[in-house]
Design a protein around this ligand. Structure first.
Ligand code: CA
Length: 434
């Protein structure tokens, strides 16, 4: 999960940028250890990161050796109430991990598009394995589902996407990764906080030092909790006195369900549904921020792509993650809860579609605009520059297609008389250049 603009339960910080891209239909979260770092661009790591408030700590360490930095951090951790024995054991023999630094600095020119991400996230093998695992652990999953009011297929879907149902929890030493990023990363302040939180988890005895492994950015366990989420939302469901997100499926499922429940999961409802739009639909009504009741959408001519739309007592938003030529989805309150786990539209959609597939429902009916050429990072920056120069301010040129860029693009689309979906394409870039 992320915090701030970005979401992630795991991650946190990383993700803001990613999420924005993804939300626009562009990028998608990358698989676990290969996820690029979050800086702003690319894809986000996934996971649940909570967003614990980050306290400002001391200034970053330019020109300080790692060992001096660690010694200073040790004092800070002890002053924060962590036992010296825990800190010393955690930091013994520690060195920065160059792989983590490389991953943190990678900024791919192209990001995976949403349909490419969904093909892999909701692949036949992931669905098949998920059904097997669901059957295998049905009694426990039903027990957890009842305890937290969360339909177990969503717990299984998160488990499947975050770690391949426990098969890949990451192989990085979490303390070493977090210390590396806190020492020399681009987000030192938030990683200092994560490192402190990870030490606190060790200090409480939830997990042994050598078993605390995870993604390169510090997401932990079978559903990839960032340390702050772990502290706030992990539960000891099997009641053995420890919250073990690596080895106890009760704790894994219970913690994931608790995270969803604490973020407002609506029991008895689903995430949303694919829909079909009437001819001439006003695409200015699309986007996560425009929320209406199901009845209002139906009055506008929106119908279910597979028949009757599932019920919701809340409001729904209409999203077109690949623009007006791609599939459309009505997303409910629970979709917003999934975004609290990982703030990428593509991720939340993958969880919803995987959960549906686990229940035997088919995939996306509409066609994705797969033949559209992708926009590179420099194309996206050029798009932002041209929109801004034309009077449609994108609030910055960073190559990230977020709400400001989409809104600016919608206004340009209105000006030239094309559907105002806010979705960037090579064709629109061409028209901006002329
Ligand atoms: Ca336990």
């Amino acid at each position: 999960m992320r915090s701030g603009d970005r979401p992630r339960h795991r991650a946190w910080a990383l993700t803001a940028g990613a999420f924005l891209l993804a939300a626009c239909g562009g990028a998608a979260p990358a698989p676990a250890d290969s996820r690029p770092a979050p800086t702003g661009t690319a894809t986000a790591p996934t996971t649940a990161a909570p967003a614990a408030a980050v306290t400002a700590v001391t200034a970053p360490s330019a020109f300080v050796s790692f060992s001096d930095w660690l010694a200073s951090f040790r004092q800070e951790a002890v002053a924060a109430g962590i036992s010296p024995a825990t800190v010393d054991a955690a930091f013994a023999g520690l060195s920065p991990d160059p792989r983590v630094t490389d991953l943190d600095q990678s900024q791919p020119e192209f990001t995976r598009r949403i349909w490419e991400y969904l093909d892999s996230a909701v692949s036949a093998s992931r669905v098949g394995m998920g059904r097997d695992r669901y059957d295998q652990h049905r009694a426990l999953l039903d027990q957890v589902g009842r305890a937290y009011g969360v339909d177990p297929r969503f717990i299984v879907a998160i488990w499947g996407l975050e770690s391949g149902y426990g098969g890949n929890v990451g192989s990085f030493d979490v303390i070493r990764s977090l210390a590396t990023l806190a020492y020399e990363g681009r987000r030192q302040v938030i990683f200092r906080e994560f490192l402190l939180q990870a030490l606190r988890i060790l200090d409480r005895g939830d997990i042994a030092r050598e078993r605390m492994i995870g993604s390169w950015a510090g997401a932990m366990g079978q559903t990839q909790f960032m340390p702050g989420s772990y502290l706030s939302y992990a539960v000891d469901f099997d009641a053995d006195g420890r919250r073990d997100l690596w080895g106890s499926l009760g704790d894994v499922f219970g913690s994931t369900a608790n995270y969803l429940a604490q973020h407002g999961w609506v029991a008895g409802e689903t995430w949303g549904s694919e829909v079909v739009l009437p001819a001439g639909f006003d695409f200015r009504l699309t986007g996560a921020d425009t929320r209406r009741s199901l009845a209002e959408w139906q009055q506008l001519g929106v119908t279910g792509a597979r028949g009757v739309l599932p019920a919701t007592r809340g409001a729904a938003a209409l999203i077109v993650p690949a623009g007006h030529r791609g599939p459309a989805f009505l997303v409910y309150d629970n979709f917003r809860v999934i975004l609290r786990y990982n703030n990428a539209t593509s991720y939340a959609l993958a969880i919803g579609l995987l959960a549906d597939a686990l229940a035997g429902q088919g995939g996306v009916v509409g066609d994705w605009p797969e033949r559209d050429p992708p926009l590179s990072r420099s194309d996206r920056e050029e798009l932002q520059r041209l929109l801004t120069a034309r009077g449609y301010d994108t609030q910055g040129i960073d190559g990230i297609i977020g709400p400001n860029t989409r809104n600016a693009l919608r206004r340009f689309q209105e000006e030239i008389g094309v559907p105002a979906d806010g979705y960037p394409t090579v064709d629109l870039l061409r028209r901006l250049r002329s």
